[in-house]
Design a protein around this ligand. Structure first.
Ligand SMILES: Nc1ncnc2c1ncn2[C@@H]1O[C@H](COP(=O)(O)OP(=O)(O)OP(=O)(O)O)[C@@H](O)[C@H]1O
Length: 597
């Protein structure tokens, strides 16, 4: 069993109460109708107090007087039954209201956490593992559920019940009440010690859940690689280790939570026995009637019951606070891609693109782009080339505003991208990434992501326009062919064609294309080159080219090396200049010739 809990660097710090206060402020929906729910919960608590008093009345006025008036007994019993019934209904009403309010609040929290994740830049996304993000918007939020549905209000209701029970006890016998309180003190001290360890234990569980989800999502996504390299065993070991760690952290939290509960249970018995013993020892001198003593004992159990319940509530609360710390830490991350106030709209025509003294580095890494400047006149096709890792993809991410430069600026249609309304930017500028993401649905639905209103005819038209009708005709069910998870049922080249069709139906004025590096067969290669040419015609485009045949046709070629723009010009001129581009081009030609049969 793990004895040292891992620290959680992805949590907000601060006291438990401060975290709960901040957490509740983040979910305003929980406060809707809360006052009535609290009143109902308190009424439910008070209802429980009435039963001991009624029993005392039955004993003292009925049973112990020797002559039981059955009418009176029946009357009191009827009142007791009514109180029990009303208490049950009131309790149900308050719990149901809490469940509804908490699910609404959690819905809001999940949506805002998820929306926030989407607004963070690619720089953040690359630094965070997906498993950790998933755990924050799912299981970390889930820890709040039990707390909100009962735990939070239980503090209030149980506190009220304890105070009321104490007042009732003092009404019957002050001396015995003091005995009860003194016997309770050691329990409270022990509870304090265990609770001190429970908080970190729950934090450890949250950290282990995030680790486990990361390992699982990686091994599932990388299943093909794992199998093809025959590394199933090590990968299984990694997953099993993670599951063991998670299990151990859960066991530790469960062990401490159980200890807390059992301690309270044990003490409850000890305290009742102690009170009965002291009551019996001094009973005759106190002048209490039998009914009063029975009522007192019932009140003692009522006083102690919340303590036992508190131990569970503490468990929920600590678990909720650990989850909240992580969710709040996520919400605290600044949206580095801020939506501009009164964002500007891009005109419908193809815009010019200007990259001006751009400097950019990923968090924790060095400078990736170093003072890059160039312009793409409206309607021109510019190609970015450079050795692997020279910063081409990064530059396209900045143009598409998936991240902002550290210095310098990027203008589209003469407007700084930071000032363009996100909706306008996303509808006028489309990115086709190196590895296009296809969803597990049909070809048609995947293309429709480009424009949800696109009709089937428009989607077919897009494939025709791109010169990819043969590909479409070759699919077993045409547009209705399912592509599988991440498009695995299609070849790499076919996935690219679907992504190009998706960009075509979006009909953007400006295109950012990151050409795929994966090798495709010559036939689909030709189709792709033709499709690319047709897609970019009449649009402003920036294409990252790995197959330099694309560069031959471009209006201008930009050559990056080590994050700097080292050459620019037309293909033919750059060949004559015999610099970096010429070197890259000759190596590419050589590789292509060697690769051809
Ligand atoms: N998320 C990231 N975090 C840290 N460094 C990164 C990240 N993404 C890229 N880099 C680094 O930035 C540099 C430029 O990467 P980039 O992907 O832009 O190169 P590229 O020219 O497009 O390469 P390729 O031709 O292989 O696609 C590389 O050194 C890379 O390791």
């Amino acid at each position: 069993m793990t004895t040292t809990e891992p620290a959680d660097p992805e949590s907000v710090t601060g006291s438990t109460t401060a975290v709960i206060r901040r957490g509740l402020a983040a979910i305003p929906a929980i406060r809707e109708g809360l006052a009535l729910t609290v009143v109902l919960a308190l009424l439910g608590g008070v209802g429980r107090l009435a039963v001991p008093v009624l029993i005392q009345q039955v004993i003292d006025r009925g049973l112990s007087t020797g002559h039981i008036s059955s009418g009176r007994l029946l009357g009191l019993s009827a009142v007791a039954a009514l109180v029990v019934l009303v208490t049950a209904v009131v309790n149900w009403a308050s719990l149901a209201r809490l469940a509804i309010a908490s699910e609404r609040a959690l819905f809001d929290l999940r949506v805002s956490a998820f929306t926030h994740v989407h607004r963070l830049s690619v720089a953040y996304h690359s630094a965070e593992t997906r498993g950790k993000l998933v755990s924050r918007v799912t299981s970390d939020v889930e820890t709040l559920s039990m707390f909100l549905q009962w735990g939070g209000i239980a503090w209030l209701v149980n506190g009220a019940i304890m105070l009321a029970a104490l007042a009732g006890m003092a009404f019957y016998d002050v001396g015995l009440t003091l005995v009860t309180v003194v016997l309770t003190v050691p329990l409270l001290l022990l509870v304090r010690v265990v609770v001190g360890r429970l908080g970190p234990a729950h934090t450890a569980v949250r950290v282990r859940v995030a680790e486990l989800l990361t390992v699982i999502s990686e091994t599932i996504q990388g299943a093909a690689v794992i199998r093809s390299y025959g590394v199933v065993e090590p990968s299984l070991r990694r997953t099993t280790t993670s599951i063991h760690r998670w299990r151990d952290s859960k066991i530790r939290a469960g062990y401490l939570g159980g200890l807390l509960f059992s301690l309270a249970d044990l003490f409850a018995v000890v305290i009742v026995v102690g009170v009965v013993a002291v009551g019996l020892a001094i009973g005759p001198s106190t002048g209490n009637s039998a009914g009063e003593l029975v009522a007192f004992i019932l009140l003692v159990t009522l006083f102690l019951a919340p303590i036992t319940e508190f131990t569970q509530v503490i468990d929920f609360t600590q678990s909720a606070v650990a989850g909240w710390r992580r969710v709040l830490a996520l919400l605290d991350i600044d949206e580095d891609i801020a939506e501009p106030v009164d964002g500007r709209q891009l005109p419908p025509d193809p815009p010019g693109v200007v990259v001006e003294n751009v400097v950019f580095g990923y968090p924790g890494a060095g400078v990736t782009l170093d003072d890059v400047s160039f312009e793409v006149p409206a309607g021109h096709q510019v190609v970015l080339v450079g050795a692997t890792g020279s910063g081409k993809t990064t530059l396209t991410k900045l143009i598409a505003r998936l991240a902002d430069p550290d210095r310098g600026r990027i203008l589209i249609g003469g407007v700084d991208v930071r000032e363009i309304a996100t909706d306008s930017l996303r509808s006028r500028l489309v990115v086709v990434p190196q590895e296009p993401f296809l969803f597990d649905t049909t070809v048609e639905e995947n293309v429709r992501y480009g424009r949800p209103s696109a009709t089937r005819a428009e989607i077919e038209h897009a494939f025709r326009e791109l010169g990819a009708e043969t590909f479409l005709a070759g699919l077993p069910h045409g547009l209705d062919t399912p592509v599988g998870q991440r498009g695995e049922s299609l070849s790499a080249g076919e996935r690219q064609l679907v992504a190009l069709a998706r960009a075509h139906v979006a009909d953007p004025a400006c295109l950012i294309l990151d050409e795929a590096t994966s090798a495709v067969d010559p036939e689909i290669e030709l189709t792709l080159i033709k499709a690319l040419r047709r897609l970019t015609a009449g649009r402003t485009s920036v294409t990252v080219a790995h197959r330099l045949a694309v560069a031959e046709q471009a209006d201008e070629v930009m050559v990056l090396e080590g994050g700097r723009l080292v050459e620019r010009g037309r293909h033919d001129d750059l060949l004559v200049a015999d610099g970096v581009y010429a070197g890259l081009y000759h190596s590419w030609r050589q590789a292509t010739v060697e690769a051809s049969p």
